[in-house]
Ligand binder design. Structure first.
Ligand SMILES: *Cc1c(COP(=O)(O)O)cnc(C)c1O
Length: 453
């Protein structure tokens, strides 16, 4: 006899204790309304803690503007619209204004990236990568992508969409000291492998890729570069990173909710008309049906914000990351890429081996409301997968709250007190909360404009 309240934990991937707590909360609710209130209360607790009291340094997180947040709750999010823009291309009637919203989004994305084509229907960048593999490869094809210790993402590896597509995956050779592609090694290995696609871009990216040179190498056998700009696509929109489409990438995807600071979802852009049929078909009807028009409207506004504020916002993000890297290093916390100015993106990667693993360090910092994540770094081996040596930080959110270089010194002080001077998290916590009280307004949007100097 099985008790539905006691599922077999061996069958459950989620933490069984946390699920049991949720069941206990629901058991105490005597009405549906109480269940609703339990959900809303948890959301409020997060809003107060992460939204008002934490220094959020997670590299893939960005706070959206009030206008973007309002659109995510808009009426149009209850409407069904699948297919391509225009009367004859849709299954449903009643979409004349939805066509208008979607067309504005597509044209804004094209403008933002100076691209000939863009698509607005990706509910995640992960799906964008699957769309690229669906459109541009056949099962059994060989591609090259970056391994995880160098920042490679599962979407381009055997355990993600590339693997699901049945692709054979060879590593892009990387230089562990320079933290970039080892171009000389690539020049030797690529002609032996003759990859159909080379996926560049990574979740840990500090410096630009030798994209132009690599695209020239693979062009010899008709290979293409696919730039997975999940993290960097906002920096690219703001002109603060390399420009993949101009440097030979055939297609670029990106997360709308990382540096781009829009609703969490995906963006895809390309220039070659010969790819349009295949890419668009792989999005609809293959991988997207109803595609959340509220999200499309929010994405369109995020693109307008990028056009207006992207340059200033993204430049400050990079300056803050460089300042944070230098400030941590000065205080005895080793940072990767020191000999190259630490970073050319929004990311800073510390080697925290001396303070325990990246996992322990991230949890210690979180006790003082400083939110980061563990990360594999090039010196890690397969054994270090769960307890890697790296700590990844990003400066998107702190920048949007108006912080500049001098605030990066203050954040580095907090971290050094915890890691180097071994102060108890409770003492640092109070100071972090007080510091964060002073930064509650989001800038680089049409309500607030630029932050004060
Ligand atoms: C985050 C990330 C993705 C996935 O993006 P989502 O928008 O979260 O689906 C893909 N590739 C890389 C390199 C990433 O860092």
């Amino acid at each position: 006899m099985s008790d539905p309240h006691m599922p077999n934990s061996a069958l459950e991937v989620h933490d069984p204790e946390i699920l049991a707590q949720a069941r206990a909360v629901l058991d105490m609710c005597h009405s549906g309304k109480a269940m609703q209130d339990a959900v809303i209360a948890a959301v409020k607790r997060n809003e107060q803690w992460r939204g008002e009291q934490c220094i959020n340094l997670l590299a893939p997180e960005a706070p959206t503007s009030p206008a973007v947040r309002a659109l995510l709750a808009s009426e149009v999010g209850t409407r069904a619209a699948e297919g391509h823009i225009g009367k004859v291309n849709r299954w449903f009637a009643g979409t004349k204004y939805i066509d208008e919203i979607e067309a504005l989004c597509v044209e804004l994305l094209k403008q933002t990236f100076h691209a000939r084509y863009a698509d607005h229907r990706l509910v995640a960048s992960m799906i964008g990568n699957l769309a690229v593999y669906t459109a541009l490869t056949e099962p059994g094809d060989i591609i090259m992508s970056i391994a995880q210790p160098f920042g490679g993402h599962s979407s381009n590896r055997p355990d993600g969409p590339a693997g699901v597509r049945g692709l054979k995956i060879v590593d892009v050779p990387m230089d562990a000291d320079e933290l970039v592609v080892d171009l000389e090694a690539f020049r030797k290995v690529a002609p032996l492998v003759r990859p159909k696609l080379v996926a560049l871009g990574a979740s840990m990216t500090l410096f630009p890729f030798p994209l132009q040179a690599m695209s020239e190498i693979v062009a010899e056998w008709g290979g293409k570069i696919f730039f997975d700009g999940a993290h960097q696509i906002g920096l690219i929109a703001g002109g603060q990173f390399q420009d993949p489409l101009r440097e030979g990438a055939a297609v670029m995807t990106g997360s709308a909710g990382k540096t781009f600071s829009g609703p969490q979802s995906g963006i895809i852009v390309w220039d070659d008309p010969n790819l349009t049929q295949a890419i668009t078909h792989s999005i609809f009807p293959v991988l997207a049906a109803t595609h959340q028009v509220n999200r499309v409207a929010a994405l369109a506004v995020a693109a307008a914000e990028m056009i207006e504020f992207g340059r200033a916002y993204m430049a400050q993000i990079v300056r803050n990351a460089q300042a944070l890297g230098a400030a941590l290093a000065q205080r005895g916390i080793p940072v990767l890429g020191a000999h190259k100015g630490y970073t050319r993106t929004h990311q800073v990667i510390a080697d925290v081996r001396a303070f325990g693993s990246g996992l322990d360090t991230a949890h210690l910092l979180a006790r003082a409301n400083i939110v980061t994540n563990k990360n594999l770094i090039p010196s890690d081996t397969a054994h270090d997968w769960d307890r890697p040596s790296g700590l990844r930080m990003g400066t998107i959110e702190v920048t949007r709250y108006g912080m500049r270089e001098k605030e990066m010194d203050i954040i580095a002080d907090f971290m050094a007190r915890l890691l180097v001077e071994k102060h108890s998290p409770d003492t640092v916590l109070e100071d972090v909360i007080e510091f964060r009280q002073g930064y509650q307004t989001l800038f680089y949007n049409f309500d607030q404009g630029l932050p004060p100097e």
